[in-house]
Design a protein around this ligand. Structure first.
Ligand code: RP5
Length: 164
């Protein structure tokens, strides 16, 4: 899945991560942010990862969203090879419910930053919103889409609870 001239790269370690990472993509689509999606595995396709991160900036990407689960080295390795902002999404793992993913993405050594989001769907959604916030700094159309999105979210919250 790829728009023309993508500014956000959404990468994930496996096809199995798509169920989570599609929530980042839905937000980008809603806000009109051009993106691309790729399966790039730190362990199974290390050369693909190197090539992706090494050329990301020169290809016009401004932000990378990287989702992975378990021994989730993808966001950190991507961040080690680019100075673009990298947002890491810990995908919920079967064995440890994503705690392994969260800790392996968050506990980066000082000097190689990864902005780490929450485990799972909420993290993916917020990664999309954060990426859009970065793009909004240089794109007025995205800035106004983002402001409208936030206003709609606020308006959707009822003042009083009711029985469902
Ligand atoms: C990680 O291992 C992927 O990011 C995925 O979350 C996890 C399991 O991958 P599969 O075995 O489902 O391909 O590399």
């Amino acid at each position: 899945m790829s728009d023309k001239n993508p500014v956000v790269g959404v990468i994930m370690g496996s096809q199995s991560d798509w169920e989570t990472m599609k929530h980042a993509v839905e937000v980008l689509q809603e806000l009109g942010v051009a993106f691309e999606t790729k399966i790039v595995s730190a362990h199974r396709t290390p050369k693909r990862l190197y090539d992706y991160a090494d050329t990301a900036s020169e290809r016009g990407l401004k932000v990378i969203i990287a989702g992975a689960g378990g021994a989730a080295h993808l966001p950190g390795m991507a961040a080690s090879m680019t100075t673009l902002p990298v947002f890491g999404v810990p995908v919920e793992s079967k064995a440890l419910k994503g705690m392994d993913s969260l800790l392996s993405i968050a506990q980066m050594p000082g000097g190689v930053p990864v902005g780490t989001l929450a485990i799972g769907k909420a993290g993916a959604k917020n990664a999309g919103l954060l990426a859009a916030s970065v793009i909004a700094l240089m794109d007025e159309a995205v800035a106004s889409s983002l402001a409208a999105w936030r206003a709609r979210q606020t308006e959707a919250v009822a003042l009083e609870p009711k029985d469902s």
